[in-house]
Design a protein around this ligand. Sequence first.
Ligand code: SF4
Ligand code: SF4
Length: 91
Amino acid sequence: MAFATHVNTERCTGCGNCVVACPVDALELYTLDPVTKEKIYVVQDGVSINIDINAELCAGCGVCVEACPYDVITLAGSTNTDQLVRSQIRG
Ligand code: SF4
Ligand code: SF4
C-alpha cells in the first residue's frame, strides 16, 4: 500500500535525518549539479536540495516524521498512487 508523505519545503533544512531513519530507504536527499543536472548525494549550503519520496516503498510507519527535528514531514494516509513524489526544497 502506498502512502503520501509531504515535506514542507519552506522549513526543511536538508539535514538528512529522515533519510537515515527510514527503514525501507524510501527517501532520497540530494543536490543537483548546476551544470550537468545530475544528482549529487552531498548536501551543501547554497545548493539546491531535493527529497524524493518513493510512495510505493513507503509503509506509512511515521519514523521519518519522528526523526525530523523541525516537524516538517506529514503523512497524508494511504493513496492509490505509486508514483515518485518529488519535492523541491530549495532551488
Ligand atoms: S513513513 Fe516510514 S516508510 Fe514512509 S518515508 Fe517515512 S520512514 Fe520511510
Ligand atoms: S529530517 Fe526534516 S529537515 Fe531534515 S531533511 Fe528530513 S524533512 Fe528536511
